[in-house]
Design a protein around this ligand. Structure first.
Ligand code: PLP
Length: 409
């Protein structure tokens, strides 16, 4: 496409948009204030400070979480409560700690990963930037795995893990992935659980961050990874992570880890060194608020009602302004927090820079790839959740006009 295809129009449209003087930060997928308001009952959800078994939750202790919070997450994740740990607010911290414990002490029955350098992880792309930051900060080499509509390219994954014992792990966001909205098929889950790995201490880091976060009418369900691993004879392969960050409050929620009994025992031994116990009062008030899977589902429906119009507004603007552009596409996610806007090769960085000039801060182009390097420079993560409906509509226009200008230039 050349400038002649959009004679002077893109520049004029972009300049006009810039005049609006928009100031919008869309760099992260944060819940909007109205979404946080849905859980304001947390402020008054409990009158007491004792758990069902009479424990005084104001004190130290309870490293693996209070029994009722473990039971709730057990129901939500469809695993026995005994295989669940509930911790403080961020599941990302749990992922980080699993990796650090594995590096320093090794996973059950195996030598520390640091003693087996080099260590590498498979990273389906585009993916979650903070997963990649953990690997980069902890010296783990990352290998890009292309994503298909049904999950990671399994032929490639199986080939690599079978041949290379330095591959110790793989990041997976199995449902409504960040940023592509991909849902892993049952076949992909089964293959991940059963594949032969050269490394006997290989682990799947199964980040179920968007398990309850539907945007469409259908509540998409996926196969349980812990069951699949157990059935395939690899019971210790997966660590599952979840949190209430985008169910209740992103900064004051509770996070959970689910795994095999051996992995839970390993986690407990390691995490007992780093803490004398999490915020159990927060766990208690979350149990009072969320209560059971039906309650969680009802709360998530209210989130959906706030989020869906914002996603629809972005999609409508993209349809209108980018619909005819060769090489441009975007995802229409059935859940999660993001839209992946795919530009012609070499256009993502320029588009993000133009959007910034027009007052819209986006996640840096490349962030969805290990080392911040999108080999095609063609993915832009759009996070519609935080701005108001009016702001997000304008922002989508601005992003589209920025892309049109980048392509025309
Ligand atoms: N995992 C994914 C895939 C995410 O997109 C996010 C937040 O955007 C998180 C984890 C963060 O989870 P938490 O708030 O529980 O640390």
């Amino acid at each position: 496409m050349t400038a002649a295809d959009f004679p002077s129009q893109p520049q004029q449209q972009y300049d006009a948009f810039k005049q609006l003087g928009l100031k919008l930060d869309m760099s992260r997928g944060k819940p909007a204030p109205e979404q946080l308001d849905l859980s304001n009952e947390l402020m008054s959800a409990i009158a007491g400070y004792k758990s069902a078994d009479g424990t005084d939750l104001r004190n130290y202790g309870g490293t693996i979480g209070i029994p009722e919070a473990r039971a709730l997450f057990g129901q939500l994740l469809d695993v026995p409560a005994a295989q669940v740990v509930v911790d403080s607010s961020a599941s990302l911290s749990l992922m980080h700690d699993v990796i650090v414990y594995a590096l320093l002490n090794g996973v059950p029955g195996h030598a520390p990963w640091v003693s087996q350098q080099p260590i590498s992880f498979l990273c389906p792309v585009p993916g979650y930037d903070r997963h990649f930051s953990i690997c980069e900060a902890r010296g783990i080499k990352m290998i890009n795995i292309p994503m298909t509509e049904a999950g990671p390219d399994m032929d490639l994954v199986e080939k690599l893990v079978a041949a290379d014992a330095s591959i110790k792990g793989m990041w997976c966001v199995p449902k409504y992935s960040n940023p592509g909205g991909v849902v892993y098929s049952d076949e992909v889950v089964a293959r991940l659980a059963a594949m032969k790995t050269a490394a006997p201490d290989f682990r799947l880091l199964w980040d179920d961050a968007y398990r309850f976060h539907h945007l469409g009418e259908e509540k998409v369900a996926i196969a349980g990874i812990l069951d699949a691993c157990a059935k395939a004879g690899n019971p210790d392969r997966a660590f599952v992570f979840a949190s209430t960050s985008k169910i209740s409050w992103a900064g004051s929620g509770i996070a959970a880890l689910a795994a095999s009994p051996a992995n839970i025992a390993w986690w407990t031994a390691n995490s007992g060194v780093r803490s004398i116990g999490p915020d159990k009062i927060n766990q208690l008030r979350h149990v009072a608020l969320l209560q059971n899977p039906a309650k969680v589902e009802a709360l998530m429906e209210r989130h959906r009602q706030l989020l869906k119009p914002k996603f629809d507004a972005v999609l409508a603007q993209f349809d209108a302004l980018l619909g005819q552009m060769p090489g441009v596409s975007w995802t229409r996610p059935q859940g999660g927090y993001f839209i992946d806007l795919v530009t012609p090769p070499g256009m993502a960085k320029r588009t993000v820079a133009l959007a910034k000039e027009a007052g819209i801060t986006l996640t840096p182009a490349g962030a969805a790839f290990p080392y911040g390097k999108d080999p095609q420079d063609s993915h832009i993560r759009i996070a519609p959740s935080f701005p108001s409906l009016d702001e997000i509509t304008k922002a989508a226009q601005g992003i589209a006009l920025s892309l049109r200008l980048a392509v025309a230039a």
